[in-house]
Every structure is written in structure tokens, then in C-alpha cells.
Design a protein around this ligand. Structure first.
Ligand SMILES: *Cc1c(COP(=O)(O)O)cnc(C)c1O
Length: 356
């Protein structure tokens, strides 16, 4: 079956053929074949150049499982959690916190603004917090948050940090060394199929995780600290997905992580330039806040119509905004394998043709 469709959504991204082919390898039995654990250990080591330090674990489940697992495992009953947010994913952490018995205090700035450092400072000064959550790339608005000043405030107050870097990890540098739990997923900048979430955990986060009994079984991170060494996973792992992720990481490492980041920055700059040439506004206004992995284009009241036409007439799949912005934002993903000039050009040509 031929498939010429170009999928330029901010995840899932296109999976290169080499990665897809790895999925057709014979499936191992991870409970019986100990080679599987060696493979898993090598894979988590390989992820380190992308992640930069800390222990890495790979869970079988979509990215959302990682967000839930981080909260289920780090937030004990009655813990106070500071949810720093300027978007939908940032807000969503508060729901997980409350589900697991924590008290969420949200520090919210508008979607078009950076994280509000002054508000974070005064909230931290007003009361004790155990954990703080934030999002690196707010995918729905294409905003890349500057995390370092927030992380250093948290460090001063001895608060554990949880960062959703699902849509930036592997496409942009993430200050993982300063983050206690950093969350990624296979289907975004890694350009592997959906089905795995990848997370790094600091020593002090492991200590907190081991200090109390979580209410969850499937989302409990505790067994993952020793899983590879003790050769016991809490459930049968998704072997074919792991093979694919392994091939996807090889693709990234062969190109070189720096070159991969440059390619994303270049694709993003081109995408914004082309949008501006068409007289369109992009989110956020300042280039400094614009994500290298996804561009959000303002198309008041016609984003869905343009998305549909681009798909029907040009065979290119795009995303719209989420929630209240569903019909106001058109999103072009340039993540992983799709972060290439020619793909962005082809996409922007199609948008241009539809708008004319
Ligand atoms: C894609 C994404 C996730 C994963 O969840 P979905 O089920 O794909 O929505 C989590 N966080 C962010 C910021 C994402 O972009």
C-alpha cells in the first residue's frame, strides 16, 4: 500500500522506515529471556546523551501514563503541589494531584505569556510545598518555557520538580540535570510509534517514591528503580515498541544530538517566517518563546476549515488548537523526522494555496 500522506502533527510524528522495520523482529519473552534485560539496560544507557544524566526508566504506555505515574508516585496524601502553568498541559497536572490526594496550588499565566516568576516566588514564600510541576513545551500554543529560573527557585526551597518535556525532549535541549522527574514519550521528537513513556528520576525523587505507599499499581514507579538489575518488570513489557525506540535512538545518535537540535531550530524558524510572509501571526509573539518543535499559527475562526482543506487537497495532516482555541490555532509539528526544511516548505506551500 502506498502512503504519500505527510503527517505534520505535533505527535505522533512520522516514523522512519528503519524504525518501523525493527518492529517486525521476533517478539521476545521478557519474563523468560534474560537477554531482554540486557537489551533494556543498553537502551536506557543510550538514552542518556538525549536525557543527560540521571536514571532513566521506560514504561509501557502512552505519554499520559508518565504524567500520572510521576504524580501517583511522588505526591503523598496531603502533599502540597505547586502547579506552574501557562497552558492546558500545565493546568492538567492539578487534576492528577487531586486524584492522588494532594493539594494543588496553580500559578497560572496567560497562554501567550512566559511563566510568571514573580508569582512563583511569592507563592513559594507563602507556604511549604513538596512538589512542583511544569511543562517545557506547551504543545497546544507552541510555547517553549524557560525552566531554569523556576528550577533554581525550587531548588532554593527544596521542592521536587516534575517536568513534562514530552514534546521537546529529543528536539530541544532540556535542563534534565536540574529536574527530579523529567517526562518524555516515544511518539514525539523520537519519531517512534506511540506506546512508551520515558522518564528520568533523580536520587532524591527515588527516595521520596520509596518513602510512601502510592494508591496506584500500574502507575507506581517504585519497582522501576531496580527492575532492570533485578530482572523483574511489574508487567510484560512492550518488546516491539522497545525495539522501535532503540532504532529511533540510533537514528538520533548517528546524526548527533546537536545536529538534531539545530535541524529543529531551523525548521521552526522557516515555519514562522513562511507564516509571517503570508501575513499570519504565530504564537507566541516573541521568537524566544517559540518552540523549535511545533508552530502555532493564529487563524481566527477558520483553523478547522483550513486543516481539513490542507488534508483533502494536499494530503498533509495538521492539528488545530485545543479547548477554547480549537478553531483559532492551526498547528504545524516539525518534530523528529519531520523537522526538515523540505517538509516545512511543502506544508507551508499547501497552507498558502488553501488560503488563496
Ligand atoms: C503529546 C503530549 C503529551 C502526551 O499526551 P497525548 O495523549 O498525546 O495528549 C503530554 N504532554 C505534552 C506537552 C504533549 O505534547
Amino acid at each position: 500500500m502506498s502512503d504519500d500522506r505527510l503527517r505534520m502533527t505535533p505527535g505522533p510524528t512520522e516514523v522512519p522506515s528503519r524504525v518501523r522495520e525493527r518492529m517486525s523482529e521476533p517478539t521476545w519473552n521478557p519474563d523468560v529471556e534474560s537477554e531482554f534485560f540486557e537489551f533494556y539496560r543498553v537502551l536506557t544507557d543510550k538514552l542518556e546523551p538525549v536525557y543527560g544524566g540521571d536514571d532513566v526508566a521506560i514504561l509501557s504506555g502512552e505519554g499520559i501514563l508518565g504524567l500520572e505515574a510521576a504524580i501517583a508516585s511522588l505526591v503523598a496524601e496531603g502533599d502540597r503541589v505547586l502547579c506552574v502553568s501557562n497552558g492546558i498541559y500545565g493546568d492538567g497536572f492539578a487534576d492528577f494531584v487531586e486524584t492522588y490526594g494532594g493539594e494543588a496550588v496553580t500559578c497560572r499565566s496567560p497562554s501567550t505569556d512566559p511563566l510568571d516568576l514573580e508569582a512563583i516566588k511569592s507563592t513559594l514564600a507563602e507556604g511549604e510545598f513538596d512538589v512542583a510541576t511544569m511543562v517545557h513545551c506547551e504543545t497546544p500554543t507552541g510555547t517553549l518555557n524557560d525552566l531554569e529560573p523556576v528550577l533554581s527557585l525550587l531548588e532554593d526551597h527544596d521542592v521536587l520538580s516534575v517536568v513534562d518535556a514530552v514534546s521537546s525532549l529529543g528536539g530541544a535541549p532540556v535542563p534534565v540535570d536540574e529536574i527530579d522527574v523529567c517526562l518524555g514519550a516515544s511518539q514525539k521528537c523520537f519519531s517512534a510509534p506511540p506506546g512508551l513513556c520515558v522518564l528520568s528520576v533523580s536520587d532524591r525523587a527515588w527516595e521520596k517514591i520509596e518513602s510512601f505507599e502510592t494508591r496506584s499499581f500500574y502507575a507506581d514507579l517504585e519497582p522501576w528503580r531496580t527492575a532492570a538489575d533485578e530482572e523483574w518488570f511489574p508487567y510484560t513489557h512492550a518488546t516491539s515498541n522497545l525495539f522501535a525506540l532503540d532504532a529511533a535512538i540510533d537514528v538520533i545518535l548517528e546524526e548527533g544530538v546537536e545536529s538534531v537540535f539545530d535541524r529543529h531550530a531551523d525548521a521552526a524558524a522557516l515555519c514562522r517566517d513562511r507564516a509571517r510572509e503570508l501575513g499570519l501571526e504565530t504564537y507566541p509573539e516573541s521568537d524566544e518563546l517559540a518552540s523549535p518543535t511545533v508552530t502555532a499559527i493564529h487563524l481566527e475562526g477558520r483553523a478547522q476549515e483550513v486543516q481539513q482543506q490542507v488534508q483533502d487537497e494536499h494530503d498533509i495532516v495538521l492539528s488545530t488548537g485545543l479547548g477554547e482555541h480549537e478553531d483559532d490555532i492551526l498547528r504545524v509539528g516539525h518534530m523528529g523526522h519531520n523537522a526538515r526544511r523540505e517538509r516545512v516548505e511543502r506544508t507551508m506551500d499547501a497552507i498558502e494555496a488553501v488560503l488563496e
